[in-house]
Design a protein around this ligand. Sequence first.
Ligand SMILES: NC(=O)c1ccc[n+]([C@@H]2O[C@H](COP(=O)([O-])OP(=O)(O)OC[C@H]3O[C@@H](n4cnc5c(N)ncnc54)[C@H](OP(=O)(O)O)[C@@H]3O)[C@@H](O)[C@H]2O)c1
Length: 312
Amino acid sequence: MKAIMVGFGQVGRSLRTLLQGRAKELGVEVEIEAVVTRRGIMIGDGEEFRKTRDGTAMDALNLIGPDLVIDVSSANYQTGEPSLSLYIEALRRGVHVVTSNKAPLALKFWEIMDTSRRHGGKLGFQATVMSGVPSVNLIRVMPGLKITRIRGILNGTTNYILSKMYQGLSYEEALKEAQELGYAESNPEHDVNGFDAAAKLVILANYGLGSRANINSVHFKGIKELSQERIIALKRQGKKVKLVAEAYGNSLTVEPREIGPEDPLYNIDGVTNALHISSDVQEITVIGPGAGPLNAAFGVFSDIVLMSKGLY
Ligand SMILES: NC(=O)c1ccc[n+]([C@@H]2O[C@H](COP(=O)([O-])OP(=O)(O)OC[C@H]3O[C@@H](n4cnc5c(N)ncnc54)[C@H](OP(=O)(O)O)[C@@H]3O)[C@@H](O)[C@H]2O)c1
């Protein structure tokens, strides 16, 4: 498969390593024919990005004519661009798209999905939710199941902060610790205000429940207003506060919830994520690391392998 890769940051580099080390043994041939960053286009593959020519991802699509577009570029939540137009154009041409970038799907899920279904280019987006832990692809392997509710802890940064506050740290102390450990960005706004979890919930609700949602459909609230006193008082009652993302019926919410030990999300602490799916047949919980460059790259890698084997 001839591929172009858009973005060559932490996830892109880890993905390159996975492809080089593991694709062949799985019988999968992926040749990276061009890499695109904000700086331009590198024709061919390389450990370091070296610009060969000016241009955008769309230029690389036209130039290379790939079988696969891999998007591991930064998210643009204002417009989804330039990734959104790239996906639509690639899928229209029957080119497959695999992405770890949530923004285009959180904004225009059905426009992208319908284009894929109409024209035959396949779309892999496991890495957009819980990175390499099956979430999207868990739903993918349960055809015919009637999912009734999706509920989870979908943001590791906030879960880490809440876990530390439960142990007695203030919000500021816990956030600082998360930043020092690389779990929170220097600007953590999208994590702590619930936006990141809301974007992931939109993707799961559309795919799993058939919602017609975008990021504006979610009622989301973050953790900044929670006091340590309240968390400690609840602890004495045997409860924890978790930032719970939930899709049920037409309601999509992300908000701090008080939960007890009977809840499958109660023991999910630190940066760990969890997803609980209720359906007409079974209840399932998956637990695992929701972020990390290698984990996200594995989510992309697993999509590429499954796709190239015709498994979707
Ligand atoms: N890191 C994780 O744990 C994780 C987990 C799940 C999902 N993700 C998602 O995966 C994506 C990549 O994450 P990352 O951690 O690898 O980010 P990163 O290290 O910041 O790298 C982002 C890359 O995207 C490129 N880029 C940004 N805008 C672009 C544009 N308009 N056209 C072409 N390239 C562009 C950047 O180019 P320059 O090099 O020129 O700046 C850079 O190479 C993001 O969407 C992120 O939300 C990350």
